[in-house]
Design a protein. Sequence first.
Length: 233
Amino acid sequence: MNREILVFGSCGVLGSGVVEKIRLAGFNKVWLFGTRFEGIPKHNEEWVVVSDLSNEENVKDTFKNVVPAKDKFLFLFSTIGGYLGGKEIEDTSLDDIEKMFSMNLKTNFNILKEFKKLAADSAGGSAIFTSAMTAFTGESGKSAYGASKAALSYLVETASEEGRKINMSVNAIAPFILDTPDNRSWVPNDEHETLIKPTEVGDLILSLFDNFHFISGNIIKLRYRFPIGNIQS
């Protein structure tokens, strides 16, 4: 059975870390969607430049070259989203709310809608989206961001139920703090090893895809990591 994977947000820090692992996983075709690319694609890769995925027509156009087939499983990982914080409710504008729901919910809804059509015309598959720990617990100054991520989590759980009849599982990861240059700039040096590493997220994503036929409807919390060297045998 052929396996193809689609990665949205493949040029960001998280997407790049996941793609690093995906390139070693033996997919027949790797579709990378991003706002910019450098270098030359690998022999089994297709690079697709995207813009404004909150626009449904743009998303339809983005998917137009992905061909479904009954001898093919399709997989999708999306890092698409955005962050806005530091404003309490009375200082949060409707524009702020609309921006967060557009970036975190509407974009991924459009992606999921098109992917579900492809999965239905294929042997099945799996999609994984990127929620956030904030979706689980109210945090001061993050009402717009947290609400939009919570809505994304609900979408994932609903899609999981709908996906059963077409052999499509849907899950999400919910990281706390990822190991990125920006985050390292404000996290104390002695806590850097507790940050979630993008390549380790890649290992997790591949594990979920390897077992996609029975893992679905989960929002997997990634609270923190502890250094492997500290594990006692």
